[in-house]
Write a protein that binds this ligand. Structure first.
Ligand SMILES: *Cc1c(COP(=O)(O)O)cnc(C)c1O
Length: 378
């Protein structure tokens, strides 16, 4: 089978071959449990975990002690939001987030609402942006936590998280950010930032699936979400996924080395793709801020083109339209709808996300194919 060109890096990335290579011995020769302190099998694993913790911390300018390894961003987000709410209920019951967040945040908030928490969902402007003043105005005496993502997975829009964190801190409110789409794509610094909790995932930056981390400052009261051996300083029990952690560490090391050149190379390809499509399809429009945006993402609406037919017809490229497929029905993207798009326009939108292995040839293929298909369907 001839595989389509891959333009869905925001859904997941391939494991970098260098990451796979460093992981392999931890499935076989160095298979020990990192918590086994009495023999060399355990100490080998523990050393590898410690190295990976430092590698991840270095990428984010963080203290290795603040790293809690998890199974991925979904778990990190659950731990951050539920853990803060449970540990701080005596102080308040209110959380603030944004209607364009990932479902991992929105559904966790829904869960907390069922348990009695009060949630404010802020609405972004038509460019997908939230202003710090909106957050400030929503803060109440009983607000515990603000959760706003760094970069949106569907549009790539970057929120002003420094300013948002600062207004939260001014009022004594904790700040969590879902940085899953930003880690490895843009520089991020934990030290000195107004971020108390940060969620990330290995498989969004060339690490394996099923491994992620929560950065959490020591001062943050956080109730663990599973009971057991009190691994990870009591914040996340469960035997550590050593090969996954080793892979995440190597992915972080690679990202740190490659990021300065990679982000410009990918931005140039994304810009070429966008210009190629917009130049030949007059009704095509870009969703979200083009100024405050990840270098690798463009989300384009093809007005007047049936969304379902469009995705079915785009068989030479692998893309996504951000809509949620439940068992029976497909719902339009909640992100685009929150930015003011109608259901029809949201369905007619396509997310192109590029990455480390995207070539100029892939971009040329995509432009030619998209123009042909859209002209046929329009
Ligand atoms: C992929 C993604 C998640 C979920 O990450 P998993 O590691 O797959 O659980 C959360 N937030 C954002 C923004 C994402 O892109």
């Amino acid at each position: 089978m001839n595989y389509p060109a891959y333009f869905d890096y925001n859904a997941t990335t391939p494991v970098d071959p260098a990451v796979l290579e460093v992981m392999l011995p931890y499935f076989s020769m160095h298979f020990g449990n990192a918590a086994s302190r009495t023999h060399v099998f355990g100490s080998k694993a523990e050393e590898a975990v410690s190295t990976a913790r430092k590698q991840l911390a270095r990428l984010l300018d963080a203290d290795p002690k603040d790293v809690v390894f998890t199974s991925g961003a979904t778990e990190s987000i659950n731990l951050a939001l539920k853990g803060v709410w449970e540990a701080n209920r005596h102080r308040g019951n209110h959380l603030i987030t944004v209607s364009t967040e990932h479902k991992a945040v929105l559904d966790t908030c829904e869960h907390l609402a069922h348990l009695g928490a009060e949630i404010t969902y802020l609405t972004p402007d038509s460019e997908g942006l939230i202003r710090a003043e909106q957050v400030e105005a929503a803060i109440r005496p009983d607000t515990l936590l603000v959760s706003v993502m760094v970069a949106n997975n569907e549009t790539g829009v970057l929120q002003p998280i420094q300013a948002i964190g600062a207004v939260a801190h001014k009022q004594g409110v904790l700040f969590h950010t879902d940085a899953t789409q930003a880690v490895g794509k843009i520089p991020l610094s934990w030290a000195g930032s107004p971020i108390d909790l940060l969620s990330l995932s290995g498989h969004k930056f060339y690490g394996p699936k099923g491994i992620g981390a929560l950065l959490a400052r020591k001062s943050v009261a956080l109730t663990a979400q599973q009971d057991g051996g009190r691994h990870e300083r009591g914040r996340r029990s469960g035997t550590l996924n050593v090969p996954g952690i080793v892979g995440l560490g190597e992915a972080a090391r690679l990202a740190q080395n490659l990021l300065p050149t990679e982000k410009d190379r990918i931005a140039a390809l994304r810009n070429k793709l966008e210009a190629g499509i917009l130049g030949q399809i007059p009704q095509a429009t870009v969703n979200g801020s083009r100024q405050y945006r990840l270098p690798n993402t463009t989300n384009i609406t093809f007005a007047g083109v049936d969304g379902e037919l469009l995705l079915l017809s785009l068989n030479e490229i692998a893309v996504s339209n951000g809509s949620a497929c439940t068992s029976a029905t497909t719902l339009p993207s909640h992100v685009l709808k929150a930015m003011g798009l109608s259901d029809d326009l949201a369905y007619s939108s396509v997310r192109f996300s590029l990455g480390r292995f995207t070539s100029e040839e892939d971009v040329n293929t995509a432009i030619r194919h998209v123009v042909t298909v859209v002209n046929r369907l329009a």
